[in-house]
Design a protein around this ligand. Sequence first.
Ligand SMILES: Cc1cc2nc3c(=O)[nH]c(=O)nc-3n(C[C@H](O)[C@H](O)[C@H](O)COP(=O)(O)OP(=O)(O)OC[C@H]3O[C@@H](n4cnc5c(N)ncnc54)[C@H](O)[C@@H]3O)c2cc1C
Length: 467
Amino acid sequence: MPLINELRAAIGTKHVLQDDDMARWRHDWIGKYENTPLAVLRPANTAEVSACVKLAHDSGTPVVPVSGNTGLAGGAHAPKDSLMLSLDRMNKIRDIRPDARLAIVEGGVVLETLHDAVGAQGLSFPMTFGAKGSAMIAGMLSTNAGGSNVLRYGNTRDLCLGIEVVLPDGEVLDLMSELHKDNSGYDLRDLFVGAEGTLGIITGAVLKLVPTPGAFATAMVAVPNLSDALSLLNKLQKITGGAVEAFEYMPAEYMAGLHRLFPDTRRVFDEDYGVNILLEIGATAPRDVAVGEDGALPIVSYLEEVLGDMLERETVLDAVIAQNETQRAEMWARREAAAEVSLSRTPAVNNDIALPLDKIDVFFTQMADVLNGLDAKAETLSVAHLGDGNIHYMVYPSDAALCDAVMEVVEENVLSLGGSFSAEHGIGLSKLPSMKRRKNPVALRVMRQLKAAMDPKGIMNPGKLIP
Ligand SMILES: Cc1cc2nc3c(=O)[nH]c(=O)nc-3n(C[C@H](O)[C@H](O)[C@H](O)COP(=O)(O)OP(=O)(O)OC[C@H]3O[C@@H](n4cnc5c(N)ncnc54)[C@H](O)[C@@H]3O)c2cc1C
């Protein structure tokens, strides 16, 4: 195996893993795809990534980049005869510059590690989701990950100023800009963000930081319907000046699934409500953070004011506000179990969709009708980043043979309402059929042209994203 020997010479024998040494990378997080690469490569720096990719390029060997391996779409699946290139040793935070509100990191920095490091300086990298203990910056950029705080801070793309990429021929493209404005030609950075490793390997990034809120108001609220939920969101945005960080939908079916899978989880309300919202407001302004003469935090008082008014009008049914950090963490734990709860049953049709906020209600009503006609015994489970219109909509058909038909009707409904069949998890392998059926054909043609121009040998994560 001359290639393996050359790779060993480039990055050291012990960082070219084969056979049982690859066990950690053998499966994706869901356990759906088995990886059978020639080797897992663990380069220590950008020069070593470049050396590995050059060797792969010269021999025409496919390369599959992997970071935290928590992706939910099979994007890091490494088939036979490919090389899996892991960023896990490239885990240095190169610099944190509080005055410029930025952090410069290697691609393999784990999200939670970055949270802790910038938190120590009173700053936040405000992207968070259930896999924060494993997902890495390069993987998040490659999937343009979303999460719970998109409502306030945007997707990973919005939090990135610059990146460094190793191109499919091994050349290093340095786009480590620290600038908020730079109109000097095509936006190449954004081409690699969300490309799922099909155009190059992200090795470094310049990330935006924000001040850490000095106080949070976190609550679980039950409302009669989704329209009242949106009204609550908009009132809170108005009274807090847009400080709502998260607005998460956990309907009765989700709560039931949660309690089934984790029976020790404490119930939020005495009664079971149909529409439950986990919301969080983060305040940074000193006037909202300082405890007043009445002993109350202003940010919590704003929330109480809105909730009190809506309770009186019966547009809020019940509410619990976290009184301390333990209660806040308990509220978030219920939400962060979503991937486990929704993926714990089969057969399942897993939809990660985006809709305009005022069409979500219509979507659910239409889906109930359509599903009733297609498979009256099908069950559903939703959990959503409601504040940004991203719904994880699971359908469990009565027969696995119905999965494709269910997927098609979901997509049809989503597109008819101006939505997208892929919100935050990406395309990978699992959404390729949807991409083929539903993506604008001209957009697909342009994507193919870009891929062919940048990776003429087709070695960079082939078979993903582009059908
Ligand atoms: C419990 C749980 C909760 C989750 N919640 C959310 C959520 O709320 N929001 C959300 O958006 N996602 C969520 N995800 C999905 C997942 O965490 C994200 O997609 C994350 O961005 C993947 O990061 P990763 O480092 O694990 O990437 P990986 O899984 O390793 O890779 C993902 C994709 O990026 C490519 N890639 C990896 N590294 C590189 C690189 N260096 N250069 C180029 N391409 C690369 C891979 O080839 C693959 O296509 C969740 C996953 C789990 C398990």
